[in-house]
Design a protein around this ligand. Structure first.
Ligand code: SF4
Ligand code: SF4
Length: 162
């Protein structure tokens, strides 16, 4: 140990330097939040659990069961059974998404030609029951409550990106 180090130690230089940093941050606003009492608002493009959207004008499910999202999904975690409506339209009779396999890549949202499936801001997904990770059509529709408001008005083929 050199003479300078010895003097520094004797004068508690490092401790005083550390205390000065602590003192500086003691006076400024805190940047941490007291989760779960306080919650942060995710950014609009945050990718949380998915939602299926309905047409605001008619209330009908936007999805036409084209299977594009299920085909593109790298985790193969979307399973759709299609059916025909009496007026000849195609829609999903079943739409299951296994969230335990999802990697939240957002491809399903990107490829959907009807802007029917979107990633929501729902991020609190921890559960003790594995079956909660199976998002059925009904659960995906309920997730509309978590959709960033701009996404509700999306027209087919309009992702609003650029
Ligand atoms: S976010 Fe990615 S992994 Fe998850 S369902 Fe969509 S395409 Fe599949
Ligand atoms: S890509 Fe869109 S319209 Fe096609 S099955 Fe998936 S959610 Fe439905």
């Amino acid at each position: 140990m050199g003479l300078i180090d010895l003097v520094k130690k004797a004068a508690f230089v490092d401790i005083l330097r550390g205390m000065s940093v602590t003192g500086t941050y003691f006076a400024v606003d805190k940047v941490t939040v007291e989760y779960p009492k306080e919650k942060l608002q995710p950014y609009p493009r945050f990718r949380g659990a998915q939602a299926l959207l309905t047409d605001p004008a008619t209330g009908d499910l936007k999805c036409v069961a084209c299977m594009l999202c299920a085909t593109m999904c790298p985790s193969q975690c979307i399973h759709i059974t299609g059916e025909q409506t009496p007026d000849g339209r195609s829609r999903p009779a079943r739409f299951d998404l296994d969230l335990s396999r999802c990697v939240f890549c957002g491809f399903c949202e990107e490829v959907c030609p009807e802007a029917a499936i979107v990633m929501t801001q729902r991020y609190e997904l921890a559960t003790y029951d594995k079956s909660d990770f199976l998002l059925t059509k009904e659960k995906l529709l309920a997730n509309q409550a978590w959709v960033h408001k701009e996404l509700h008005g999306l027209e087919p083929n309009d992702r609003g990106e650029g």
